[in-house]
Design a protein around this ligand. Sequence first.
Ligand SMILES: [Fe+2]
Length: 271
Amino acid sequence: MLTKFLRQQFVLFIAGIFLVSVLFACQENQITESPTATVSPVTQQTPLTTNSPPVAYPDRELTATPAQLPKLPYAYNALEKAIDAETMKLHHDRHHATYVNNLNEALQKHPELKNRSVEAMLRDLNNIPEDIRETVRNNGGGHLNHTIFWQIMSPNGGGQPTGEIAQQINQTFGSFDAFRKQFNEAGGDRFGSGWVWLVRNAQNQLQIVTTANQDSPIMDGLYPIMGNDVWEHAYYLRYQNRRPEYLNNWWNVVNWTEINRRSQAGLQQKV
Ligand SMILES: [Fe+2]
């Protein structure tokens, strides 16, 4: 009887030790495994531009592998009807070139971003590493905005709008004169440095907006059809502080053919 009692006690003792060991093992596992269980792995972000038309060019987005200064599509003095040759040279060769160089320098710190287009980075700024986010915003935006700017001007530009954009401007703003007045006023009212734009919004409507510094409309889900640069570097040599005069003369070089193309491209956007 006593032997049977001792055997039962022994079995219970062993079972107790086993149970306690299992509990400790579980606790250890919880401690060692919890960091990997709660920290999300760093994954490659999916570009958000997959379903959007290219913004920089008709057939492609703006590469950052590395970013390159595009050639001016005409001579420095080709736009004299609105902008003098010296301004064009400084604007393209120095200002735009600086945005390109600064963007490339920043991206050298994060080579994992180099396969992303400038458009993709600007649409997804919150997922750009914080140490280069502002640099990408300012210089990627500057690169994209100026790349568009050179294309929507032409020595053969100016005059009344042509094509479908002419009708859509009339429908939206009442007349070309009313549109031009509203666009110029928005550009004149943009405090400090920035841009004035005609954009297509997510509902495919035309809209005039302004952006500060080098921000791009695509950061707000808007497709830029045309934009005028109202930084002083765009006009100061000829116009000094007379920004309204610059805005008014700029219409003499507006490239309606390219603006019609961009307007159509913007219809395909999915934001
Ligand atoms: Fe500029």
